[in-house]
Write a protein that binds this ligand. Structure first.
Ligand code: ATP
Length: 388
C-alpha cells in the first residue's frame, strides 16, 4: 500500500499465526459482552490471541480494557458470549482453576514476607513439595534478576524491583497465559522503558502468552506482537503496531495512536492505483499513490503523520505553487525535543499543522524559525484516507 521504508515492529520477528487460517488460537473470545446495569463495559467483543503472543489491549480510561482482562481471569462473569483457552470453554471455571494468572496494577505484595516467600506463596497454597517450590522460586527470581534480593522485604525494594517480584510471583505458577493490568504504571519513565525490554525478554525466553492492558500507546507499540485498540467497550481495530500506526481504519484510531494531522476532503478522483482528494475548508489537494475503496465524491478524511511531512522555506524540488500535497503557512511554535523538533505551522485559514523535523544537525543556527513563511509538503504515500 504505502511506499517508502517501513520500520519493523515486534510482529515482524514473530511467525504471525493470525495470518494463517490453519492455526488455532490459544485464547478465543466470542461475542463477549459485560454490562453493569444498563451500561455496556464490554460490548460484543470477538478476539483471537495466539500462543506466544504479547497482545496489548490499548485504550483510554473507562474503555473497558480492565473489565475484558478480568473476564479472562474469571473475576467477572460475562453477560453474553464466551471465552475459551486451548479449546476449553471457561464458563463456570473459577479463577484459580483457569490456566491464567493476573498481575494487578497494585502488585499486592505481602509486606511482612520476604521476596522469596512472596514468590513462593501461590505454590505453597497448591501444596507442592518444598524442594520443587525452592527450585521454581529460584528459577523465577533469577529470571527477573532478583536472586540476590530474595531475603528482602517489599519495603526494602525500589518500585521497579517490587514490580519484578509481582511478575516472578505470577511466572512461578507457569500459567499458559499471563494477564497484566498496567504492569508498568507505577514506574518512572526511564525505568518503564528499561522494564519494557525486560518484560519482552522474559516473555520471549518463556514463550508464554502475555495479554497486557495499557493506556500508553508507546508502551503497546514497543512491546506487542499485536494491539487491540478499544473504545467504549468495543475493539475498534486489531493489528500489529505498524498496522495500527500506519494504517488506522478510523479517525478514532488515527487520533489515539501518535500525533496526526487530519483534513476533511472529498474524493475527486478514485482510480485503482491512485486517488485525488479535494480539501474542504483548506485550499489543498491530496494526491494518494494507491486506490481507495470508495466512489468519487465520497467524503473522506486524509490523515498525515507529522514525521511524514517536510518543511521548507522555498518551494520543494519537483513542486509548483499549485501542486497537490503542498500547503503554505507560517511557523507559529517550535518545540525542541532533543532528537526532533515539532513545528506548529499556522495556515491562512487559521488551522494548525504539526510537522516533526529530526534534529540530525546540532541546532547552533535555526534554519527555520518563528514567524517564517514556510511550505509544508508530503509524498504521495504519506496520506491515509479514512472513508467517513
Ligand atoms: P482505566 O484505564 O481507567 O482503568 P478501563 O478501560 O480499564 O479504564 P474498566 O475498568 O474496564 O475501564 O471500566 C469500564 C467501564 O465500566 C467504566 O466506565 C467503569 O466505570 C465501568 N465499571 C467497571 N467495573 C464496574 C462495576 N463493578 N460496576 C459498575 N461499573 C463498572
Amino acid at each position: 500500500m504505502a511506499g517508502g521504508q517501513q520500520p519493523t515492529d515486534r510482529a515482524g520477528a514473530f511467525a504471525e499465526p493470525w495470518r494463517d487460517p490453519h492455526q488455532t488460537p490459544l485464547i478465543r473470545i466470542e461475542r463477549l459482552t459485560k454490562t453493569f446495569g444498563d451500561f455496556y463495559a464490554v460490548d460484543d467483543v470477538s478476539l483471537d490471541i495466539y500462543r506466544g503472543e504479547f497482545f496489548s489491549l490499548l485504550g483510554g480510561s473507562g474503555c473497558g480494557k480492565t473489565t475484558l482482562l478480568r473476564l479472562m481471569a474469571g473475576f467477572e462473569m460475562p453477560t453474553e458470549g464466551r471465552i475459551s483457552i486451548d479449546g476449553v470453554d471457561l464458563a463456570g471455571v473459577p479463577p484459580h482453576r483457569r490456566p491464567v494468572n493476573m498481575m494487578f496494577q497494585s502488585y499486592a505484595l505481602f509486606p511482612h514476607m520476604s521476596v522469596a516467600r512472596n514468590v513462593a506463596f501461590g505454590l505453597r497454597q497448591e501444596g507442592l513439595p518444598s524442594a520443587e517450590i525452592r527450585s521454581r522460586v529460584a528459577d523465577a527470581l533469577e529470571l527477573v534478576k532478583l536472586d540476590r534480593l530474595a531475603k528482602r522485604k517489599p519495603h526494602q525494594l525500589s518500585g521497579g524491583q517490587r514490580q519484578r517480584v509481582a511478575l516472578a510471583r505470577c511466572l512461578v505458577k507457569r500459567p499458559k497465559v499471563l494477564l497484566l493490568d498496567e504492569p508498568l504504571a507505577a514506574l518512572d519513565r526511564k525505568l518503564r522503558e528499561e522494564t519494557q525490554f525486560e518484560l519482552v525478554n522474559i516473555q520471549e525466553q518463556l514463550g508464554m502468552t502475555f495479554v497486557i492492558v495499557t493506556h500508553d500507546q508507546g508502551e503497546a507499540m514497543a512491546m506487542s506482537t499485536r494491539v487491540g485498540v478499544m473504545d467504549e467497550g468495543r475493539i475498534v481495530q486489531i493489528g500489529t503496531p505498524n498496522e495500527v500506526y500506519e494504517y488506522p481504519t478510523s479517525r478514532f484510531v488515527a487520533g489515539f495512536i501518535g500525533s496526526i494531522n487530519m483534513f476533511d476532503g472529498v474524493l475527486a478522483e478514485s482510480a485503482p492505483d491512485h486517488a485525488l482528494v479535494e480539501g474542504v475548508g483548506e485550499p489543498v489537494r491530496f494526491h494518494i499513490d494507491h486506490g481507495i475503496a470508495a466512489p468519487a465524491s465520497a467524503t473522506v478524511t486524509v490523515a498525515i503523520r507529522p514525521e511524514k511531512m517536510r518543511l521548507s522555506k522555498t518551494l520543494p524540488e519537483g513542486f509548483t505553487e499549485d501542486s497537490p500535497n503542498l500547503l503554505r503557512g507560517t511557523v507559529d511554535e517550535i518545540a525542541y525535543l532533543g532528537g526532533q523538533s515539532i513545528y506548529v505551522v499556522v495556515l491562512e485559514s487559521g488551522r494548525m499543522v504539526r510537522v516533526s523535523v529530526p534534529n540530525t544537525h546540532r541546532m547552533t543556527e535555526l534554519p527555520i524559525t518563528w514567524e517564517d513563511p514556510v511550505y509544508v509538503s508530503w509524498p504521495a504515500f504519506a496520506g491515509v484516507v479514512l472513508v467517513d
